[in-house]
Every structure is written in C-alpha cells, then in structure tokens.
Design a protein around this ligand. Structure first.
Ligand SMILES: Cc1cc2nc3c(=O)[nH]c(=O)nc-3n(C[C@H](O)[C@H](O)[C@H](O)COP(=O)(O)OP(=O)(O)OC[C@H]3O[C@@H](n4cnc5c(N)ncnc54)[C@H](O)[C@@H]3O)c2cc1C
Length: 239
C-alpha cells in the first residue's frame, strides 16, 4: 500500500468506532516519504542532504537509538476518530496532540451512539486499575441486556428533555457519559505518537484504548516503515 492510499483509509474499531487517516505531513503528493523527511530534518543539523537508501535508514535508526527525537516531530498524522468517551478520557491526557471534538451542544446524539462491549472483563486481583479474565457467557449476556436497556432508558429521557425544549447542552446529562461515542479530529507528530503507542499498546493500558492504539499503529507502520522498525527495536523492546 502506498502512503497516498493510506489517506482516507478507515479501520473499524470496537462495535461502532473507527480510526481514519485524514492527512499526513509530508503529504504523499510532495514525493518525499515521512522517513526521508525525518532524515532530511536531521541532516539540517550539519547542512547535509540525503545520502541515499541504506545511509539514510542507518541515520534514522541512529537518531531513535540516541533519542535525538526532534526530527521525528517533522512528520504529522491527522486522524478522524470515533471512540467512546471512556477512550477520549485517556486520549486527552496526551497533551502534545491537538484535538477537536464534535459538539454535544450542537449535534444531537443518536440512539445507537453507545458502546456495547463484546465481553465483560473481571477486575484484576493484582492491579487495582486493570482487568483480567472474563465473566462466563450467561452472566455476560445478562449484563449486556441490562446495559442496552439502560442505554434505551437514558436515551428516552434525553429525547423527552429535548421535546420539552431543554437545550442539547443540558439534555445530555441524561446520557451514560463514559459510553457515548464521539467523533473527533486528532493530530500528533511522530515523536509524540511513538510515546502514545508505547504507553497505550501496552498490556497495562485499558483494552478499549489499546484497540484504538493498535489501529493507529497500523497507519504508523504503513506510513513510516523505517521509523516503525526502529520503534520496535529501540522503544518497544526497552519498555
Ligand atoms: C496505564 C496508565 C495509567 C494512567 N493512569 C492515569 C490516572 O490515573 N490519572 C491520570 O490523570 N492520568 C493517568 N495516565 C496518564 C499519564 O499520567 C499521562 O498523562 C499520559 O500517559 C500522557 O503521557 P505523556 O505526559 O508522556 O504525554 P504528553 O502529554 O503527550 O506529553 C509528552 C511529554 O511532553 C512533556 N510535557 C507535556 N506536557 C507537559 C507539561 N505540562 N509540563 C511539563 N512537561 C510536559 C513531558 O515530557 C511528557 O512526557 C495513565 C497512563 C497510563 C498509560
């Protein structure tokens, strides 16, 4: 797949979410790959230019190995994300990214805008903020039925409030906050994206954000193959 094909590509995540690559800098139409843009930025340090394939790749690996990270900030990814709020809650902690979200004050929520998990994970015994194992299928089905009924009831109350003339910004108080799906545009440079991926693809991260991080990693790997290789070698392996 070429970098040009990546723009506009969408990967479905969870039950109703997705990650779509909206834009990339450098844009593929410029004819300079992201990996080369990183190398070119690094060579500015000594006013040099690309020395061709192998030497360029070697330099890129050297940069990441020695944490000379600012050249990686010269590449930027812009994604359109549709995630449940529980995922945005974690995404916004990555302060070096830029985010613009749909407005619940402006756009009414649709009935199917809630996350329904496929399994119910149990509380981990060893880690207070993690999960491990799953409920058995019968218990799981019962809980899912209750969750969907809860969503339906909440949404009915939301609609009732709107019908009474309540503003959208207040009517949404009836909606189950953590589960509601939001669409947003999220922009991040390759250096900070690697920080994000290292933290959010890790086993300790919540399953839902891991699912989004894994999809984002697919775009990263396709757009920056050398950087992704160096990331596996120097960032993930030393975690
Ligand atoms: C498993 C896990 C559990 C977590 N639990 C919690 C939790 O319970 N509560 C909670 O609030 N967060 C929690 N977080 C979020 C975590 O504390 C970080 O905020 C988040 O991972 C973003 O990392 P970051 O600061 O490196 O990224 P970014 O915000 O993108 O920042 C990148 C780097 O830029 C620099 N930087 C950015 N902003 C500043 C600043 N204002 N001042 C100085 N340097 C800055 C730092 O060097 C930082 O490492 C958790 C994260 C993980 C992975």
């Amino acid at each position: 797949m070429t970098a040009q094909d990546l723009i506009g590509r969408r990967i479905e995540v969870l039950d109703k979410g997705f990650v779509e690559l909206v834009d990339l800098m450098p844009h593929p139409a410029m004819g300079v790959s992201g990996d080369l843009a990183i190398v070119n930025a690094a060579r500015v340090s000594f006013l040099g230019e690309s020395k061709g394939g192998e030497a360029d790749k070697k330099l890129l690996f050297y940069l990441l190995r020695h944490e000379h990270t600012s050249p990686f900030e010269m590449v930027e990814f812009k994604f359109r994300l549709r995630c449940p709020l529980v995922t945005y809650w974690q995404l916004v902690r990555h302060r070096t990214a830029n985010l613009n979200l749909q407005s619940g004050r402006y756009t009414p929520f649709e009935e199917n805008d809630f996350y329904v998990p496929s399994v119910w994970r149990k509380q981990s015994k060893s880690n207070k903020q993690a999960s491990e194992g799953e409920l058995d299928p019968a218990e799981s089905d019962e809980l899912t039925r209750k969750l969907v009924a809860h969503y339906e009831q909440s949404y009915t109350l939301y609609e009732e409030a709107l019908e009474k003339g309540v503003s959208k910004e207040m009517a949404r108080l009836f909606l189950p906050g953590f589960s509601v799906y939001y669409t947003g545009v999220w922009k991040i440079d390759a250096h900070n994206l690697m920080r994000f991926l290292r933290l959010r693809m890790a086993q300790e991260a919540q399953y839902e954000i891991r699912a989004f991080a894994n999809a984002i990693h697919e775009f990263f790997r396709e757009a920056l193959p050398w950087t992704a290789e160096a990331f596996d070698l120097y960032v993930l392996k030393t975690r």
